[in-house]
Structure formats: C-alpha cells, structure tokens
Design a protein around this ligand. Structure first.
Ligand code: I3S
Length: 123
C-alpha cells in the first residue's frame, strides 16, 4: 500500500551541501553573495535550503526553488575566481552560480542537472 503523502514526495536525484550564489533575479543583476546551501535535485527542480533540517515538509522551509524546465547550464571561468563553477540560467532570467572544491562532485552535479533540464524541457 502506497500512502497518499508518498505519492506527492518529489523524486530526489541528488542532495548535498554546495556553494551557491544567485547573481540575477528575473533578469536583474544581484550582488554576488556565496552561501553554503543544502541543495536537492528533484525530477524537475533544484531546491536550495539554508540548512539540512529545512528539508522537512514544514511550510516556508524551502529557501529557493530553481525551475529547470527551459533552463540553460554551462561551466564558467569568467564569473568567479573559484574553481569548478557552473551557471544555471532559468527561463525567467534568474542566474545561479554553483560551486564545490571537489571536481568530481561538481561534474556529477552538472551532469545530473543537465540531464534533468533535458528531460523536463522535452516533456
Ligand atoms: O564577481 P565578484 O564581485 O568579484 O565576486 C566577489 C564578491 O561577491 C565578494 O563579495 P564582496 O562584493 O562583498 O566583496 C565575494 O567575497 C567573493 O567571493 C566574490 O568573488 P568570487 O571570485 O569568490 O566568486
């Protein structure tokens, strides 16, 4: 028997602490401010939480939701002096930089997000 609540749980592909800086909101440039976020990749969204505890279902727990349908992802060396930085641009013109010092972790996330963008965009 599958409980009703379970049916609405998003499918989580990956979750980890990553450095995130939102640099634009709806096309408007924002001051870069890196923060360590608990980052959760679902089948069509990237959920950014200030801390791990906020993954619980309590209302208002989500800090930011990045819609991946129609988004663009690319590695960038120009937007930060940090290593392993990739950028996600949403179809509403918000831009996020995501970074981690571990190269294979960064590759794993970039590949997984790219796959999610491709699959959620063709639906
Ligand atoms: O692109 P920027 O402006 O060089 O990014 C740096 C700033 O966000 C800086 O904060 P202040 O604007 O308060 O100085 C951060 O501390 C730096 O980490 C940013 O550069 P990196 O290269 O780390 O993304």
């Amino acid at each position: 028997v599958v409980s009703g609540a379970a049916l609405f749980e998003p499918l989580v592909e990956l979750k980890e602490h990553l450095n995130v800086a939102k640099i634009s909101e709806s096309g408007k440039k924002q001051r870069k401010n890196w923060a360590l976020m608990w980052t959760v990749l679902t089948s069509d969204q990237l959920l950014l939480y200030k801390d791990k505890q906020e993954t619980s279902q309590k209302p208002g727990g989500k800090t930011d939701v990045v819609q991946l349908c129609g988004a663009v992802i690319e590695w960038t060396k120009e937007k930060s002096s940090r290593k392993n930085v990739f950028q996600i641009t949403t179809n509403t013109g918000s831009e996020y930089l995501i970074q981690t010092d571990n190269c294979s972790t960064a590759n794993k996330w970039c590949d997984a997000i790219r796959k999610t963008i491709n699959s959620s965009t063709k639906d």
